[in-house]
Design a protein around this ligand. Structure first.
Ligand code: URA
Length: 236
């Protein structure tokens, strides 16, 4: 069956190349006539995973939502598995889908600069997304996709046990905090969920589009740095 799916995906790629994205059969449509890549039972034991490596291995074939059929890569997350600080974005973009790593495109380059501004780098933090699969054309995550993927994120948080989480963007903030408040009202304060202090800021991709958010993001990450330093001082 895997070969059949691969063959189908190759055909679809050819179609996209020949006719463009608009004309081609949407990848998501594949799921309507293909059986799951793996039986749901094969995914059943993921909740018992004792480390990130096992978790990734057990959920990487997930097809709980249609994105499982359209993705190229299952983008699990990257960074320090014992990080004090975890960063949560929205979903892999085109570049991340191609390469299989989080934040490797333009938004990722900006994220590196944001981290550097508060004296952090990728080796010190763990970065993941709300969704592990790329939504076609970078459209907003849909509620069935969020519902399917959220338990994986919560398990990642449980395994890493970060003291701090930085939610980047409205979807990450509202989903993790289970709130419908706008991002502007979730910023500038420290929330507490899943054993971590949570700071909310704009997504780096939004910052690329609206440079006027720069001041706000700077304030948010300084709040994160200040709270983190206080926590470190209390620990020592
Ligand atoms: N945007 C995200 O939210 N995550 C990525 O990994 C890349 C872009």
């Amino acid at each position: 069956m895997k070969d059949a799916i691969k063959q189908f995906e190759r055909l679809l790629d050819q179609q996209i190349e020949l006719y463009g994205d608009e004309e081609a059969l949407p990848r998501e449509a594949l799921q309507t006539f293909l059986p799951p890549k793996e039986s749901p039972e094969a995914l059943d034991d993921w909740q018992d995973s004792k480390n990130l490596f096992l978790l990734q291995d057990r959920i990487k074939s997930c097809v709980k939502c249609p994105l499982g059929y359209s993705r190229r890569s299952f983008v699990f997350g990257n960074g320090n598995a014992e990080a004090d600080i975890m960063l949560i974005g929205e979903a892999p973009g085109e570049e991340e889908d191609q390469q299989g790593f989080v934040f490797v495109g333009r938004a990722g380059q900006l994220l590196d600069k944001i981290l550097k501004a508060i004296d952090l780098d990728r080796a010190q933090v763990y970065i993941t997304n709300l969704l592990k699969c790329h939504p076609p054309k970078n459209r907003d995550p849909q509620s069935n996709e969020l519902a399917s993927c959220l338990p994986y994120l919560i398990k990642q948080i449980e395994l890493i046990r970060p003291a701090f989480i930085l939610c980047m963007g409205r979807f990450a903030a509202q989903t993790l905090l289970q709130s419908s408040l706008p991002l502007s009202q979730l910023r500038t304060k420290i929330h507490f969920v899943h054993g971590a202090s949570v700071v909310v800021t704009y997504h780096p991709a939004a910052l690329l589009r609206y440079p006027e958010f720069k001041r706000a993001v700077w304030d948010d990450v300084r709040l994160l740095r200040k709270s983190y330093d206080e926590w470190l001082n209390q620990k020592s």
